[in-house]
Design a protein around this ligand. Structure first.
Ligand code: MG
Length: 415
């Protein structure tokens, strides 16, 4: 008879201005359900419709214990595969099935993945500011909290923030995030020189190019940053330009982390097998959840590539927990991005509740203490959702602005 899926529900909530999509898989066993993250913050209604209209009819009546089989069923059902909306919807169900599996075993998920390789997870936090002294102050604040890895940026990614077209743009140019790659490269090199000068070499530093410059400029930036001993350079080129990583690799030994936009194995397989990256950085819900992420992690281990899963504010605490559970059991774990309980420095919609409302909606978050994040030891992923609280913060579909990144002439550049 087994554990039969009886219902699949989608709960959309935006307690801190970011649209979060939670999938709840309910079973025929009294009180046994799982929660997963299918957050695609900028297309949340699409994920909701896909789960409610297609995955629920496909899965109700199936045995929730057969995670691999159900993952393949979802993955192959629409014939066309690996789209971001589809993958996030699949992820929501997949994580919920692992949550159920852990509850059935009465074990936290990291035990199902082989048990702990380490007790706590070292994380990196994000630091930016207007100038070197503000950035160094922010670095020191994190150091006092025990943080050992920091991602440092001059202003926004690529140096810009959303606003009106600057005077240097052509007449009639649209609003956007205007980039000046030459100024950005100069400022970034100066920033790392200044940080090493003022703070020293004890702290591990990361920088995120966020695909916002031309590939050949990324090669130059990487070479110029090499002497500042970066832990890694993040997303130097767009995924469509990943063959440039071979050229970059030939010219510098700077460690490369790539992949928060990856959708499918064809995008990472060659980069890992040819040792063109050092850290794989996928967004776990974006590739379809825990099931494909575990396969990827084990594949990467064979080639000496470490993990640094994407961990931004625009994903739910359930996804953060999934990252941490995989990290705990991964021999080839590198570092974990940790936005923790803080929303990113932009919001999609006006905050409906107080800052910190995320903690009213989600309970059991992995906890940060003195440089490390710890999972709780509850069965499954260990996160609970207060549905009544979640309902207080409805999601809104709005036009996404921060992705409208533009070159000086107003034409678009990948965000
Ligand atoms: Mg990034």
């Amino acid at each position: 008879m087994g554990v039969i899926i009886q219902d699949i529900r989608v709960i959309c909530t935006a307690p801190e201005g970011i649209n979060l999509v939670v999938i709840k898989v309910e079973t025929n066993q009294p009180g046994l359900y799982g929660l997963g993250c299918g957050t695609f913050a900028y297309r949340h209604k699409m994920v909701q419709a896909l789960v409610e209209d297609y995955l629920k009819p496909l899965l109700v009546g199936q045995n929730a214990e057969n995670i691999e089989q159900l993952w393949q069923l979802m993955h192959q059902n629409a014939y066309w595969r690996n789209g971001p909306i589809e993958n996030n919807a699949i992820s929501g169900v997949d994580m919920a099935l692992w949550d159920i599996k852990g509850k059935l075993a009465n074990m936290p998920c990291y035990q199902l993945f082989g048990g702990k390789c380490r007790e706590g997870i070292p994380v990196y936090r994000h630091v930016d500011g207007r100038d070197l002294s503000e950035i160094c102050d922010n670095i020191q604040r994190f150091q006092e909290m025990g943080i050992t890895h920091l991602r440092c940026q001059c202003g926004g990614y690529g140096g810009g923030g959303y606003g009106k077209a600057p005077a240097t743009a052509p007449m009639g140019a649209p609003d956007g995030v205007y980039l000046d790659s030459r100024a950005y490269i100069r400022d970034t090199v100066k920033l790392f020189e200044g940080i090493r000068d003022k703070i020293g070499y004890d702290i591990a530093l990361v920088h995120d190019v966020h695909e916002r410059i031309a590939p050949v400029e990324a090669v130059r930036l990487a070479k110029e940053l090499e002497s500042f001993d970066l832990f890694f350079l993040e997303d130097p080129v767009p995924l469509e330009q990943s063959e440039w990583l071979r050229i970059l690799r030939q010219q510098t030994s700077i460690p490369i982390a790539q992949g928060e936009l990856f959708n499918n194995p064809a995008e990472w397989r060659g980069l890992i097998a040819n040792r063109l990256i050092d850290f794989i950085r996928v967004h776990i819900s974006q590739i379809g959840g825990i099931t494909p992420a575990r396969k990827l992690q084990i594949f990467a281990e064979q080639f000496g590539v470490r993990t640094a899963w994407h961990g931004p504010g625009d994903m739910s605490p359930i996804a953060h927990a999934a990252n941490i559970h995989i990290d705990l059991a991964a021999q080839n774990f590198g570092v974990q991005e940790w936005s923790g309980i803080e929303p990113p420095n932009f919001v999609i919609q006006e905050l409906k509740g107080p800052k910190g409302a995320l903690l009213d909606v989600f309970h059991g978050l992995p906890e940060y203490k003195d440089g490390y994040v710890y999972a709780n030891d509850q069965p499954g992923l260990g996160i609970e959702l207060d549905e009544a609280e979640a309902a207080k913060y409805p999601c809104e579909a709005t036009v996404t602005q921060w992705t409208q990144t533009r070159l000086r002439d107003g034409s678009l550049q990948t965000p």
